[in-house]
Design a protein around this ligand. Structure first.
Ligand SMILES: Cc1ncc(COP(=O)(O)O)c(C=O)c1O
Length: 399
């Protein structure tokens, strides 16, 4: 769907695709994308209704299955990502859940990196085993651990790169080769990179999932998610699950996300430049024990990050000298940067993972993941970098 002039042209650069791919103008010729706020669609005849349901006639049937506004977003994101197809979901977590559950059955085995966002950790370690799916957790940085965890019944592997909140990097290219050698599918949660910084399908992954709530909306307005893969995997595995369980994105949210894609690259570029300067500033600050940022040479996987990401990301994690009390004091003293667990927003946001996003993990798990009581995660926004540094300096100096 979509008129010829505006649909995904392979030779377009990324910026052009971000603004024009998937455009499907109505008869009114609107400049911006229209919002089709409708749950259903009407048919001129009963025969046409039958043909739509059987798939003989192309067209929309019901917004749980597909909607013109949502389709524009899916086509545009697929074009930016270099994916054959995409399905948008109501949240990032529904994307993660659907990408796993649509293809797994009792008796299958999943290998996942240990370093995961709290809700991803819950799905992998608590929900999947309830359905008879065996799970092995590994240190995502160690290719040897991945290799030795794989078994005959390993159906897929799952990881984030960089991971939330300790920014561990997984070697997507080599790991994909390892997984494919036994026929396992590679699913990556690409949230921390966003489509602006890393193209996992080109690197060998099979399925990419997003929380579009983060950089793609980028202005803290709507929840959303997306799953991208080959046309075949989407139609054979995902579509039956998606149509019948209904994790669908609303047309309004899809419209917001479509407009977010138009400026994604510009915003992420600025945020990365700012994050790099802030990481340098923090590295030289007293009262800061350590700084984790893939763009710092002190990051153990600096070279790998450089190889597979076009820039170093918008999130900087750091440990305050002391513990939880000192970390809380720094957060409470900030005047510009808000305390919030979201990320990828135009507003800079800071959180204390041990007591928020990763609160439900056991202390042992948190220690194993490097989520200490002194760790804070800063999502760098679009404010003036100097203002953010002044704000961080006064908060850190209050200790
Ligand atoms: C890595 C990662 N994956 C998934 C999600 C979930 O996204 P959502 O909140 O849109 O469900 C988050 C949210 O913070 C995240 O950080």
């Amino acid at each position: 769907m979509g008129d010829d002039k505006s649909n995904c042209k392979n030779n377009w650069g990324l910026a052009t695709r971000a603004v024009r791919s998937g455009l499907d103008r109505s008869k009114f010729g609107e400049t911006a994308e229209a919002i089709y706020a409708t749950s259903g669609f009407v048919y001129e005849t009963a025969e046409l209704a039958e043909a739509r349901f059987s798939g003989e006639s192309e067209g929309f049937v019901y917004s749980r299955f597909g909607n013109p506004t949502v389709r524009v977003f899916e086509n545009r994101l697929a074009s930016i990502e270099g994916a054959e197809d995409c399905r948008a979901t109501a949240s990032g977590m529904s994307a993660v859940f659907a990408s796993l559950m649509c293809q797994l059955k009792s008796g299958d085995h999943v290998v996942s990196s240990r370093s995961l966002f709290g809700s991803c950790h819950y799905i992998i370690t608590e929900l999947l085993p309830k359905y008879g799916i065996e799970v092995t957790l590994v240190d995502g940085r160690s290719l040897d651990e991945w290799q030795s965890a794989l078994k005959k019944n390993t159906k897929c592997i799952f990881f984030e790169s960089p991971s939330n909140p300790t920014l561990e990097i997984v070697d997507i290219c080599t790991l994909s080769d390892i997984a494919h050698s036994i026929g396992a599918k590679v699913i990556i949660d690409n949230v921390f990179s966003s489509p602006a910084l890393q193209q996992p399908l080109e690197l060998g992954a099979d399925i990419v999932v997003y929380s579009t709530t983060k950089h793609i909306d980028g202005q803290g307005r709507c929840l959303g998610g997306a799953i991208l893969s080959s046309e075949k995997w989407i139609s054979d595995q995902l579509v039956p699950f998606y149509r019948n369980t209904g994790p669908t994105m609303s047309p309004f949210n899809a419209w917001v996300m479509t407009k977010g894609l138009e400026t994604l690259h510009l915003r992420v570029k600025y945020m990365c430049e700012s994050a790099q300067k802030i990481a340098y500033f923090l590295s030289n600050s007293t009262n800061v024990q350590s700084v984790i940022y893939p763009g710092l040479e002190t990051h153990p996987q600096y070279n790998l990050a450089k190889k597979q990401m076009s820039n170093s990301g918008t999130v900087v994690s750091f440990e305050i000298e002391g513990g939880r009390k000192e970390a809380f004091k720094v957060l409470n003293e900030l005047k510009i940067i808000d305390i919030s667990n979201n990320l990828g927003d135009s507003k800079s946001l800071i959180t204390h993972p041990a007591t928020t996003t990763h609160q439900r993990l056991s202390e042992d798990n948190r220690i194993q993941l490097g989520i200490s009581d002194s760790l804070v995660r800063l999502s760098v926004g679009l404010e003036d970098t100097d203002d953010l540094i002044v704000d961080l300096r006064q908060a850190i100096n209050s200790l």
